[in-house]
Structures are given as C-alpha cells and as structure tokens.
Design a protein around this ligand. Structure first.
Ligand code: DC
Length: 266
C-alpha cells in the first residue's frame, strides 16, 4: 500500500491560549484526568495522540487542536475506512490473509488537508464522503482487526509522525503507533450522547437512519475495537482521560492546549 500526505508547510507554531478559567474548568467539567502525562517523545517532533471510542468527538478536537497549533492532522480512522471501501468494492475475502495482503498492495491512499478537513483519495478517487456511509461503518471494525491491515497502517502512520508536528486520532495511536507521543488523550463520552451526536450529523447529511441503528453500530464497533487481538482500543497508562459528555468543543480544546503547552515551550 502506498500513502502520501500533502499538507501546507506548518512549521510555525503559533499558540494563543484561549480564555477559560482553569479552576472553573476543572471544577465544573472534569470528572476525569488524573495522571501525569509526560512521557517524552522519541523524535524532536511533537506528537499528540488522541484515542477513544467511536463518535466521541476525537476528530473534532484533533482538528481544532491541529488548526490552532499549525500541526498536521491525520485521521487514522479514515485510512481504515478507505481500505474497507476497497475491500468491499473488490470483494476481498477478509478470511484469507493472502487475499488481504495482495489487496493492500493495490491500495494507494492520499491525504489532502484542506482547511483541516480530511480529504482522502483511494487510488486517485475522492472518497471522503463515501467512507462515512453506514455500509463502511458496518464493516470497518472487522477489517481493521486484521493483522495484515494493521501492520501496514501502523507503518504508514509512524512514517507521518517523523517529519512533522502532528495530531493523530484513532484507537491505538497512544499505545501502538506512537507509544512515546508527547501528549496522549483518551476520549470517552456517554454512549447515548455519542449516538445522538452522530445521528444528528448523519441526518444533516441526508442519511436515512434511525437513532437506534446508530446506537447499535457504535456499541458493536466499540465491542469489536476493544476486544480484538491486534492492538485493541485501550487507554495508554499515561494518557489523560477526557470525558466530554458535558464539555463544549471549546472546553475540550482548552484542555488539550493547556496540556500540550509545556511541549511547545521546549
Ligand atoms: O475513527 P473512525 O470511527 O472513523 O474509525 C473507524 C474504524 O477504524 C473504527 O471502528 C476502528 C478502526 N480504527 C482502528 O482500528 N484504529 C485506528 N487507529 C483508527 C480507527
């Protein structure tokens, strides 16, 4: 599999603290965190790893943070989704490691970061919308559980972290892809709230789907993602926990900025 990332150069780190009182923020909103997170980075780049359950706002936070810091943003889930789309279109037998490995050789993913929105092409075709459809959500967890797929994805993702400051979201970023990330955040939220948020997004896009179907899909994916053999979704010991059930996007961003700040000053 080949993967290319096209981003504007973003070496300049311009961080402006946003105004939110830390004490109020912690008192009112955080039922959460409590671990020191300094774990040192292996490279000189700053890597922020954001992991967590399905539809708990990882990409919203990751995008906002990358935008604020002028870091590269990588949505690792989009990669698994694009591979799933390829497998679906080509009828790849996911029970056959040989077929899976061969298929991976024929996949070229290309990320274009435009306004910090993920635009991904699969063998030259823009598939950013199609990979969000339910037909992909229903298959992506079994595909992303395959050893061959994970090995390839992790290799590509690690490569991206060697050349730029980066914010990457996913399921195994802090545990497997970047175990030495500067900052690790593990996101969670009430499953009902997550389903409602996702449902509203899908309805706004014109999908016809029920809240129950969305809820079932999230629950099923969480189950598969946390129980699979290959790098299951789990919180890295040194990850900060961010439960955003009752947090606004700005509060979440303030939380992340506050914790990444020490690395920016180095
Ligand atoms: O973040 P998302 O919902 O778009 O991710 C889709 C699926 O991809 C998710 O159900 C599990 C898988 N995934 C993964 O296994 N590892 C990652 N780093 C990112 C996503």
């Amino acid at each position: 599999m080949k993967l290319t990332v096209q981003h504007k150069p973003m070496n300049l780190v311009r961080w402006q603290p946003i105004t939110i009182s830390k004490s109020n923020f912690l008192k009112n909103n955080l039922g959460i965190v409590r671990k020191p997170y300094l774990c040192g980075s292996m490279s000189s780049n700053i890597v922020v790893a954001i992991d967590g359950y399905s539809s708990c706002g990882k990409s919203t936070l990751a995008k906002a943070l990358a935008k604020k810091l002028h870091f590269v943003y990588v949505d690792s889930g989009a990669m698994y989704r694009a591979v799933t789309l390829y497998f679906l279109r080509h009828g790849v037998d996911i029970l056959s490691p040989k077929a899976v490995s061969e298929a991976l050789q024929n996949i070229h993913l290309d990320f274009h970061a435009k306004d910090y929105e993920t635009h991904i092409t699969l063998n030259g075709e823009e598939v950013s919308d199609e990979i969000r459809e339910m037909k992909i959500s229903e298959l992506v967890s079994p595909v992303s559980a395959l050893k061959e797929v994970r090995t390839e994805m992790v290799k590509q993702q690690q490569r991206m972290g060697t050349s730029s400051n980066i914010v990457m979201d996913g399921r195994d970023i802090g545990t497997t892809v970047f175990p030495h990330a500067s900052l690790k955040i593990f996101m969670t939220a009430d499953p009902k709230i997550r389903a409602e948020r996702r449902y509203k997004e899908m309805i706004a896009k014109g999908d016809s789907i029920s809240l129950e179907e969305v809820f079932e899909n999230l629950a099923h994916r969480d189950y598969l993602d946390t129980t699979r053999a290959e790098s299951p979704l789990t919180r890295a010991e040194d990850a900060l926990i961010l439960d955003n059930t009752e947090l606004s996007p700005n509060e979440q961003l303030a939380f992340a900025l506050e914790h990444v700040e020490p690395f920016l000053k180095k």
